[in-house]
Design a protein around this ligand. Structure first.
Ligand SMILES: Cc1cc2nc3c(=O)[nH]c(=O)nc-3n(C[C@H](O)[C@H](O)[C@H](O)COP(=O)(O)OP(=O)(O)OC[C@H]3O[C@@H](n4cnc5c(N)ncnc54)[C@H](O)[C@@H]3O)c2cc1C
Length: 419
Protein backbone atom coordinates (compact mmCIF):
# COMPACT_ATOMS: atom_id res chain seq x y z
CA UNK A 1 0.00 0.00 0.00
CA UNK A 2 1.33 3.46 -0.86
CA UNK A 3 1.74 6.07 1.85
CA UNK A 4 1.53 9.85 1.64
CA UNK A 5 5.01 11.30 2.05
CA UNK A 6 5.06 14.55 3.96
CA UNK A 7 8.27 15.49 2.13
CA UNK A 8 6.58 17.31 -0.75
CA UNK A 9 9.87 17.83 -2.56
CA UNK A 10 10.68 14.21 -3.44
CA UNK A 11 12.39 14.10 -6.84
CA UNK A 12 11.33 11.86 -9.72
CA UNK A 13 14.34 9.66 -8.91
CA UNK A 14 13.30 9.36 -5.25
CA UNK A 15 9.80 8.29 -6.26
CA UNK A 16 11.05 5.83 -8.89
CA UNK A 17 13.41 4.22 -6.36
CA UNK A 18 10.64 4.00 -3.78
CA UNK A 19 8.20 2.41 -6.23
CA UNK A 20 10.80 -0.11 -7.45
CA UNK A 21 11.71 -1.06 -3.86
CA UNK A 22 8.02 -1.37 -2.97
CA UNK A 23 7.43 -3.70 -5.91
CA UNK A 24 10.45 -5.82 -4.97
CA UNK A 25 9.31 -5.93 -1.32
CA UNK A 26 5.81 -7.01 -2.29
CA UNK A 27 6.59 -9.47 -5.06
CA UNK A 28 9.87 -11.01 -3.87
CA UNK A 29 10.54 -10.30 -0.19
CA UNK A 30 7.16 -11.04 1.35
CA UNK A 31 6.56 -14.43 -0.31
CA UNK A 32 10.17 -15.58 0.33
CA UNK A 33 10.11 -14.39 3.95
CA UNK A 34 6.84 -16.22 4.60
CA UNK A 35 8.23 -19.48 3.26
CA UNK A 36 11.50 -19.17 5.20
CA UNK A 37 9.65 -18.31 8.40
CA UNK A 38 7.85 -21.64 8.26
CA UNK A 39 10.95 -23.75 7.53
CA UNK A 40 13.59 -24.95 9.96
CA UNK A 41 16.72 -22.80 10.01
CA UNK A 42 18.69 -25.55 8.24
CA UNK A 43 15.99 -25.99 5.55
CA UNK A 44 16.19 -22.23 5.03
CA UNK A 45 19.77 -22.52 3.78
CA UNK A 46 19.53 -25.92 2.06
CA UNK A 47 20.29 -26.17 -1.64
CA UNK A 48 16.61 -26.04 -2.65
CA UNK A 49 15.72 -23.14 -0.32
CA UNK A 50 13.79 -20.16 -1.79
CA UNK A 51 16.54 -18.02 -0.25
CA UNK A 52 18.88 -18.60 -3.21
CA UNK A 53 16.59 -17.46 -6.06
CA UNK A 54 15.60 -14.53 -3.85
CA UNK A 55 19.22 -13.47 -3.37
CA UNK A 56 19.86 -13.81 -7.08
CA UNK A 57 17.02 -11.40 -7.87
CA UNK A 58 18.07 -9.00 -5.09
CA UNK A 59 21.68 -8.85 -6.30
CA UNK A 60 20.64 -8.51 -9.95
CA UNK A 61 18.65 -5.41 -8.94
CA UNK A 62 21.55 -4.08 -6.82
CA UNK A 63 19.86 -4.26 -3.39
CA UNK A 64 23.03 -5.79 -1.89
CA UNK A 65 24.99 -2.56 -2.48
CA UNK A 66 22.64 0.11 -1.17
CA UNK A 67 25.26 1.23 1.37
CA UNK A 68 28.27 1.00 -0.95
CA UNK A 69 29.83 4.23 -2.30
CA UNK A 70 29.13 4.94 -5.96
CA UNK A 71 32.84 5.36 -6.73
CA UNK A 72 33.36 1.65 -5.95
CA UNK A 73 30.35 0.45 -7.95
CA UNK A 74 27.69 0.98 -5.26
CA UNK A 75 24.16 2.28 -5.73
CA UNK A 76 25.17 5.87 -4.91
CA UNK A 77 21.96 6.78 -3.10
CA UNK A 78 21.45 10.10 -1.33
CA UNK A 79 20.81 9.83 2.45
CA UNK A 80 17.09 10.50 1.84
CA UNK A 81 16.98 7.73 -0.76
CA UNK A 82 18.69 5.31 1.64
CA UNK A 83 15.90 6.00 4.12
CA UNK A 84 13.13 5.68 1.53
CA UNK A 85 14.43 2.41 0.07
CA UNK A 86 15.28 0.77 3.40
CA UNK A 87 11.82 1.56 4.76
CA UNK A 88 10.24 -0.21 1.79
CA UNK A 89 12.52 -3.22 2.23
CA UNK A 90 11.66 -3.33 5.95
CA UNK A 91 7.99 -3.38 4.95
CA UNK A 92 8.75 -6.44 2.83
CA UNK A 93 10.76 -8.32 5.47
CA UNK A 94 12.88 -7.10 8.35
CA UNK A 95 15.02 -10.27 8.40
CA UNK A 96 15.79 -10.28 4.67
CA UNK A 97 16.54 -6.54 4.84
CA UNK A 98 19.15 -7.20 7.53
CA UNK A 99 20.67 -9.93 5.37
CA UNK A 100 20.88 -7.64 2.31
CA UNK A 101 22.72 -5.07 4.44
CA UNK A 102 25.21 -7.30 6.29
CA UNK A 103 26.30 -8.99 3.06
CA UNK A 104 28.04 -5.69 2.23
CA UNK A 105 29.73 -4.99 5.59
CA UNK A 106 33.25 -6.43 4.97
CA UNK A 107 33.31 -4.75 1.55
CA UNK A 108 31.96 -1.45 2.87
CA UNK A 109 34.79 -1.26 5.40
CA UNK A 110 37.34 -2.37 2.80
CA UNK A 111 36.41 0.74 0.78
CA UNK A 112 37.88 2.86 3.56
CA UNK A 113 41.19 0.96 3.52
CA UNK A 114 42.67 2.95 0.59
CA UNK A 115 44.26 -0.34 -0.41
CA UNK A 116 43.97 -0.95 -4.16
CA UNK A 117 44.67 -4.67 -3.77
CA UNK A 118 41.66 -5.08 -1.45
CA UNK A 119 39.45 -2.92 -3.66
CA UNK A 120 40.27 -5.00 -6.75
CA UNK A 121 40.17 -8.35 -4.98
CA UNK A 122 37.09 -7.90 -2.78
CA UNK A 123 35.14 -4.67 -3.25
CA UNK A 124 34.72 -4.57 -7.02
CA UNK A 125 33.73 -8.24 -7.40
CA UNK A 126 31.14 -7.78 -4.64
CA UNK A 127 29.64 -4.68 -6.27
CA UNK A 128 29.64 -6.39 -9.67
CA UNK A 129 28.09 -9.58 -8.31
CA UNK A 130 24.64 -10.20 -9.81
CA UNK A 131 23.93 -13.76 -8.68
CA UNK A 132 24.21 -13.56 -4.88
CA UNK A 133 27.35 -15.69 -4.77
CA UNK A 134 29.49 -13.20 -2.76
CA UNK A 135 28.06 -12.69 0.70
CA UNK A 136 29.62 -10.91 3.66
CA UNK A 137 28.72 -10.91 7.34
CA UNK A 138 29.49 -8.81 10.42
CA UNK A 139 31.18 -10.98 13.05
CA UNK A 140 31.32 -8.94 16.24
CA UNK A 141 29.38 -10.72 18.98
CA UNK A 142 31.16 -13.52 20.86
CA UNK A 143 29.78 -16.29 23.06
CA UNK A 144 30.98 -14.61 26.27
CA UNK A 145 30.59 -11.03 25.02
CA UNK A 146 27.36 -9.60 23.56
CA UNK A 147 26.80 -6.04 24.75
CA UNK A 148 30.45 -5.85 25.92
CA UNK A 149 31.67 -5.74 22.33
CA UNK A 150 29.60 -2.60 21.62
CA UNK A 151 30.04 -0.79 24.94
CA UNK A 152 32.49 1.71 23.47
CA UNK A 153 32.01 4.45 26.06
CA UNK A 154 32.15 2.24 29.16
CA UNK A 155 35.28 1.99 31.31
CA UNK A 156 35.40 -1.80 31.12
CA UNK A 157 35.64 -1.64 27.31
CA UNK A 158 39.33 -0.72 27.70
CA UNK A 159 40.01 -2.94 30.71
CA UNK A 160 42.64 -5.73 30.43
CA UNK A 161 40.14 -7.90 32.31
CA UNK A 162 38.01 -8.03 29.16
CA UNK A 163 39.33 -11.20 27.52
CA UNK A 164 37.89 -11.64 24.03
CA UNK A 165 36.88 -15.01 22.56
CA UNK A 166 38.65 -14.02 19.36
CA UNK A 167 42.35 -13.12 19.11
CA UNK A 168 44.70 -12.01 16.33
CA UNK A 169 48.50 -11.98 16.45
CA UNK A 170 51.05 -10.91 13.87
CA UNK A 171 53.44 -13.62 12.69
CA UNK A 172 55.89 -12.12 10.20
CA UNK A 173 53.84 -10.89 7.26
CA UNK A 174 50.67 -12.70 8.31
CA UNK A 175 47.90 -12.32 10.88
CA UNK A 176 46.90 -15.49 12.72
CA UNK A 177 43.29 -15.61 13.94
CA UNK A 178 42.00 -17.92 16.66
CA UNK A 179 38.65 -18.07 18.41
CA UNK A 180 34.92 -18.03 17.96
CA UNK A 181 32.06 -15.72 17.10
CA UNK A 182 28.56 -16.24 18.50
CA UNK A 183 25.51 -17.77 16.85
CA UNK A 184 24.09 -14.26 16.37
CA UNK A 185 26.23 -13.41 13.35
CA UNK A 186 23.65 -12.55 10.69
CA UNK A 187 24.27 -14.35 7.43
CA UNK A 188 27.11 -16.18 9.23
CA UNK A 189 26.58 -19.74 8.04
CA UNK A 190 26.06 -18.70 4.41
CA UNK A 191 28.86 -16.13 4.26
CA UNK A 192 31.74 -16.22 1.80
CA UNK A 193 33.53 -13.34 3.57
CA UNK A 194 33.41 -11.98 7.12
CA UNK A 195 34.25 -8.72 8.80
CA UNK A 196 35.84 -10.13 11.96
CA UNK A 197 36.69 -8.18 15.10
CA UNK A 198 39.56 -9.73 17.07
CA UNK A 199 41.55 -8.65 20.11
CA UNK A 200 45.13 -7.76 19.18
CA UNK A 201 46.32 -5.98 22.32
CA UNK A 202 44.50 -7.57 25.30
CA UNK A 203 46.06 -5.02 27.67
CA UNK A 204 43.56 -2.51 26.21
CA UNK A 205 40.52 -4.80 26.48
CA UNK A 206 38.16 -4.49 23.52
CA UNK A 207 39.67 -1.11 22.65
CA UNK A 208 42.74 -3.14 21.62
CA UNK A 209 40.79 -4.91 18.85
CA UNK A 210 41.15 -4.70 15.11
CA UNK A 211 38.86 -5.54 12.19
CA UNK A 212 39.80 -7.98 9.42
CA UNK A 213 38.33 -9.10 6.13
CA UNK A 214 38.36 -12.90 6.14
CA UNK A 215 37.57 -15.05 3.09
CA UNK A 216 35.61 -17.94 4.59
CA UNK A 217 37.23 -20.58 2.39
CA UNK A 218 40.60 -20.19 4.15
CA UNK A 219 42.01 -23.23 5.99
CA UNK A 220 40.95 -23.23 9.65
CA UNK A 221 37.57 -21.52 9.17
CA UNK A 222 34.43 -23.48 10.04
CA UNK A 223 30.78 -22.68 10.66
CA UNK A 224 28.11 -23.85 13.08
CA UNK A 225 24.52 -24.82 12.38
CA UNK A 226 21.93 -22.27 11.36
CA UNK A 227 20.32 -20.83 14.50
CA UNK A 228 16.69 -21.57 15.42
CA UNK A 229 15.01 -18.53 16.92
CA UNK A 230 11.66 -16.87 17.58
CA UNK A 231 11.68 -13.85 15.26
CA UNK A 232 13.31 -12.85 11.98
CA UNK A 233 13.45 -16.53 11.15
CA UNK A 234 14.02 -15.56 7.52
CA UNK A 235 17.41 -14.17 8.58
CA UNK A 236 20.16 -16.81 8.63
CA UNK A 237 22.44 -16.69 11.70
CA UNK A 238 25.12 -18.95 13.12
CA UNK A 239 28.49 -19.43 14.82
CA UNK A 240 31.87 -19.01 13.17
CA UNK A 241 35.12 -20.71 14.29
CA UNK A 242 38.69 -19.73 13.47
CA UNK A 243 41.53 -22.15 14.13
CA UNK A 244 44.98 -20.76 13.22
CA UNK A 245 43.56 -18.90 10.23
CA UNK A 246 46.37 -17.11 8.39
CA UNK A 247 45.71 -13.83 6.60
CA UNK A 248 47.99 -11.49 4.65
CA UNK A 249 48.99 -8.47 6.75
CA UNK A 250 47.03 -6.16 4.44
CA UNK A 251 43.70 -7.84 5.35
CA UNK A 252 43.51 -5.81 8.55
CA UNK A 253 40.94 -3.10 7.74
CA UNK A 254 40.99 -1.26 11.07
CA UNK A 255 43.89 -1.13 13.53
CA UNK A 256 43.38 -0.83 17.31
CA UNK A 257 44.19 2.91 17.08
CA UNK A 258 41.02 3.48 15.06
CA UNK A 259 38.83 0.61 16.30
CA UNK A 260 36.59 2.52 18.79
CA UNK A 261 35.69 5.44 16.44
CA UNK A 262 35.19 3.17 13.41
CA UNK A 263 33.03 0.77 15.42
CA UNK A 264 31.00 3.71 16.68
CA UNK A 265 30.51 5.03 13.13
CA UNK A 266 29.48 1.55 11.93
CA UNK A 267 27.01 1.23 14.78
CA UNK A 268 25.60 4.68 14.03
CA UNK A 269 24.99 3.68 10.40
CA UNK A 270 23.58 0.22 11.21
CA UNK A 271 21.20 1.64 13.83
CA UNK A 272 19.74 4.07 11.30
CA UNK A 273 19.02 1.17 8.97
CA UNK A 274 17.33 -0.54 11.94
CA UNK A 275 15.19 2.58 12.46
CA UNK A 276 14.14 2.70 8.79
CA UNK A 277 13.39 -1.03 8.55
CA UNK A 278 11.33 -0.73 11.75
CA UNK A 279 9.31 2.05 10.16
CA UNK A 280 8.49 -0.28 7.27
CA UNK A 281 7.62 -3.14 9.62
CA UNK A 282 5.43 -0.85 11.71
CA UNK A 283 3.64 0.44 8.61
CA UNK A 284 2.99 -3.14 7.54
CA UNK A 285 1.32 -3.83 10.92
CA UNK A 286 -0.71 -0.61 10.66
CA UNK A 287 -1.92 -1.48 7.17
CA UNK A 288 -2.84 -5.04 8.16
CA UNK A 289 -4.90 -3.68 11.06
CA UNK A 290 -6.55 -0.97 8.96
CA UNK A 291 -7.58 -3.40 6.23
CA UNK A 292 -8.86 -5.98 8.70
CA UNK A 293 -10.93 -3.54 10.74
CA UNK A 294 -12.68 -2.33 7.58
CA UNK A 295 -13.86 -5.89 6.88
CA UNK A 296 -14.55 -7.39 10.29
CA UNK A 297 -18.04 -6.67 11.61
CA UNK A 298 -18.71 -6.72 15.35
CA UNK A 299 -21.47 -4.92 17.27
CA UNK A 300 -23.41 -4.65 13.99
CA UNK A 301 -20.86 -2.56 12.05
CA UNK A 302 -17.28 -2.77 10.78
CA UNK A 303 -14.73 -2.48 13.61
CA UNK A 304 -13.31 0.67 12.03
CA UNK A 305 -16.60 2.48 12.64
CA UNK A 306 -16.23 2.02 16.40
CA UNK A 307 -14.69 5.07 18.07
CA UNK A 308 -12.11 3.07 20.08
CA UNK A 309 -10.83 1.39 16.91
CA UNK A 310 -10.40 4.75 15.18
CA UNK A 311 -8.48 6.03 18.16
CA UNK A 312 -6.16 3.00 18.14
CA UNK A 313 -5.67 3.27 14.37
CA UNK A 314 -4.70 6.91 14.81
CA UNK A 315 -2.11 6.01 17.45
CA UNK A 316 -0.65 3.42 15.08
CA UNK A 317 -0.53 5.93 12.23
CA UNK A 318 1.11 8.49 14.53
CA UNK A 319 3.83 6.00 15.46
CA UNK A 320 4.65 5.26 11.81
CA UNK A 321 4.89 8.96 10.98
CA UNK A 322 7.05 9.60 14.07
CA UNK A 323 9.30 6.68 13.21
CA UNK A 324 9.80 7.92 9.66
CA UNK A 325 10.52 11.45 10.86
CA UNK A 326 13.22 10.41 13.34
CA UNK A 327 14.75 7.75 11.08
CA UNK A 328 14.89 10.14 8.13
CA UNK A 329 16.31 12.98 10.21
CA UNK A 330 18.96 10.64 11.61
CA UNK A 331 19.93 9.29 8.18
CA UNK A 332 20.04 12.80 6.71
CA UNK A 333 22.39 13.87 9.50
CA UNK A 334 24.68 10.89 10.03
CA UNK A 335 25.02 9.84 6.38
CA UNK A 336 26.15 13.42 5.63
CA UNK A 337 28.78 14.12 8.31
CA UNK A 338 31.95 12.39 9.46
CA UNK A 339 32.34 11.44 12.22
CA UNK A 340 28.62 10.91 12.86
CA UNK A 341 26.72 11.93 16.00
CA UNK A 342 25.69 8.43 17.21
CA UNK A 343 23.21 9.65 19.85
CA UNK A 344 20.82 10.62 17.03
CA UNK A 345 21.11 7.11 15.57
CA UNK A 346 20.38 5.64 19.00
CA UNK A 347 17.33 7.88 19.43
CA UNK A 348 16.05 6.67 16.05
CA UNK A 349 16.81 2.98 16.64
CA UNK A 350 15.50 2.67 20.18
CA UNK A 351 12.35 4.70 19.58
CA UNK A 352 11.55 3.23 16.17
CA UNK A 353 11.96 -0.42 17.26
CA UNK A 354 9.84 0.21 20.38
CA UNK A 355 7.09 1.86 18.33
CA UNK A 356 7.19 -0.98 15.79
CA UNK A 357 6.79 -3.46 18.63
CA UNK A 358 3.85 -1.46 20.03
CA UNK A 359 2.21 -1.33 16.59
CA UNK A 360 2.48 -5.07 16.07
CA UNK A 361 1.01 -5.56 19.56
CA UNK A 362 -1.89 -3.22 18.72
CA UNK A 363 -2.41 -4.93 15.36
CA UNK A 364 -2.81 -8.29 17.12
CA UNK A 365 -5.31 -6.75 19.55
CA UNK A 366 -7.35 -5.37 16.65
CA UNK A 367 -7.34 -8.68 14.81
CA UNK A 368 -8.37 -10.51 17.96
CA UNK A 369 -7.82 -14.29 17.88
CA UNK A 370 -7.03 -14.13 14.17
CA UNK A 371 -4.01 -12.01 14.99
CA UNK A 372 -2.46 -14.94 16.81
CA UNK A 373 -2.72 -17.30 13.84
CA UNK A 374 -0.20 -17.91 11.06
CA UNK A 375 -2.91 -17.08 8.53
CA UNK A 376 -2.39 -13.37 9.18
CA UNK A 377 0.88 -11.50 8.75
CA UNK A 378 0.80 -9.69 12.10
CA UNK A 379 1.87 -12.77 14.06
CA UNK A 380 5.22 -12.83 12.21
CA UNK A 381 5.55 -9.04 12.35
CA UNK A 382 5.16 -9.20 16.15
CA UNK A 383 7.94 -11.78 16.50
CA UNK A 384 10.18 -9.84 14.11
CA UNK A 385 9.61 -6.56 15.96
CA UNK A 386 10.34 -8.16 19.33
CA UNK A 387 13.65 -9.43 18.00
CA UNK A 388 14.70 -5.95 16.84
CA UNK A 389 14.77 -4.65 20.44
CA UNK A 390 17.87 -6.81 21.02
CA UNK A 391 19.49 -6.59 17.60
CA UNK A 392 22.42 -4.27 16.80
CA UNK A 393 22.76 -3.40 20.46
CA UNK A 394 20.14 -4.00 23.15
CA UNK A 395 18.03 -0.85 23.39
CA UNK A 396 19.01 -0.40 27.07
CA UNK A 397 22.71 -0.69 26.19
CA UNK A 398 22.35 1.86 23.37
CA UNK A 399 20.50 4.18 25.73
CA UNK A 400 23.32 3.93 28.30
CA UNK A 401 25.92 4.70 25.65
CA UNK A 402 23.73 7.47 24.22
CA UNK A 403 23.33 8.95 27.69
CA UNK A 404 27.07 8.96 28.12
CA UNK A 405 27.55 10.72 24.77
CA UNK A 406 24.87 13.32 25.47
CA UNK A 407 26.38 14.03 28.90
CA UNK A 408 29.79 14.63 27.34
CA UNK A 409 28.83 16.47 24.16
CA UNK A 410 25.58 18.38 24.74
CA UNK A 411 25.14 20.86 23.15
CA UNK A 412 27.11 19.85 20.05
CA UNK A 413 28.58 22.70 18.03
CA UNK A 414 26.93 23.40 14.64
CA UNK A 415 30.42 24.13 13.29
CA UNK A 416 31.79 20.71 14.34
CA UNK A 417 28.87 19.14 12.49
CA UNK A 418 29.87 20.78 9.24
CA UNK A 419 26.91 23.21 9.28
C1 LIG B 1 18.32 -10.70 15.04
C2 LIG B 1 19.69 -10.39 15.53
C3 LIG B 1 20.71 -10.13 14.62
C4 LIG B 1 22.01 -9.91 15.07
N1 LIG B 1 23.01 -9.74 14.14
C5 LIG B 1 24.28 -9.65 14.54
C6 LIG B 1 25.35 -9.57 13.60
O1 LIG B 1 25.13 -9.56 12.39
N2 LIG B 1 26.62 -9.53 14.06
C7 LIG B 1 26.91 -9.54 15.38
O2 LIG B 1 28.08 -9.51 15.72
N3 LIG B 1 25.93 -9.60 16.32
C8 LIG B 1 24.62 -9.65 15.93
N4 LIG B 1 23.62 -9.72 16.87
C9 LIG B 1 23.97 -9.71 18.28
C10 LIG B 1 23.48 -8.51 19.03
O3 LIG B 1 24.19 -7.37 18.70
C11 LIG B 1 23.56 -8.90 20.52
O4 LIG B 1 22.56 -9.89 20.73
C12 LIG B 1 23.35 -7.76 21.43
O5 LIG B 1 24.46 -6.90 21.34
C13 LIG B 1 23.15 -8.22 22.87
O6 LIG B 1 24.06 -9.19 23.28
P1 LIG B 1 23.57 -10.49 24.04
O7 LIG B 1 22.46 -11.07 23.28
O8 LIG B 1 24.75 -11.33 24.31
O9 LIG B 1 22.96 -9.98 25.42
P2 LIG B 1 23.79 -9.57 26.74
O10 LIG B 1 24.86 -8.62 26.37
O11 LIG B 1 24.16 -10.77 27.50
O12 LIG B 1 22.68 -8.77 27.51
C14 LIG B 1 21.68 -9.40 28.34
C15 LIG B 1 21.04 -8.37 29.26
O13 LIG B 1 22.02 -7.78 30.09
C16 LIG B 1 21.99 -6.36 29.99
N5 LIG B 1 23.37 -5.85 30.07
C17 LIG B 1 24.39 -6.12 29.22
N6 LIG B 1 25.49 -5.46 29.60
C18 LIG B 1 25.18 -4.78 30.71
C19 LIG B 1 25.90 -3.89 31.58
N7 LIG B 1 27.20 -3.59 31.34
N8 LIG B 1 25.25 -3.34 32.62
C20 LIG B 1 23.96 -3.65 32.88
N9 LIG B 1 23.22 -4.47 32.10
C21 LIG B 1 23.81 -5.02 31.03
C22 LIG B 1 21.37 -6.07 28.63
O14 LIG B 1 20.73 -4.80 28.59
C23 LIG B 1 20.38 -7.21 28.51
O15 LIG B 1 19.17 -6.87 29.15
C24 LIG B 1 22.29 -9.91 16.45
C25 LIG B 1 21.28 -10.13 17.38
C26 LIG B 1 19.98 -10.37 16.93
C27 LIG B 1 18.91 -10.62 17.94
Amino acid sequence: MKYFDINLDLSEDDIALRDAARQFAEQEMRPTAKLLDQMTAEEGVAENSPLWPFLKKAYALGYHKILMPESFGGFGLTPLQVNIVTEELGWGSFGLSVLLAVVSFPFYLACTSNNDELIEKFVKPFCNCTDGSIRGCWAGTEPAHGSDILAIGEEFFSSPQMKGDMRARLDGEEWVLNGQKSAWVSGGTISTHALVYAQIDPSKGFAGSGAFIVPMDLPGVSKGKALEKMGQRDLNQGELYFDDVRLPKSYMLVSPDFHPPVLEATLAMANLCMASWSTGLSRAAFEEALNYTKERVQGGKPLIEHYTTKQRIFEMFARVETQRAIARAGVNLNFSISPPHPEYSFVAKTRSTEMAFQNTHDAIQLLGGNGLTKEYAVEKLFRDARTSLIEDGQNEVLARHGGDLVTKTYPRSQIDSGA
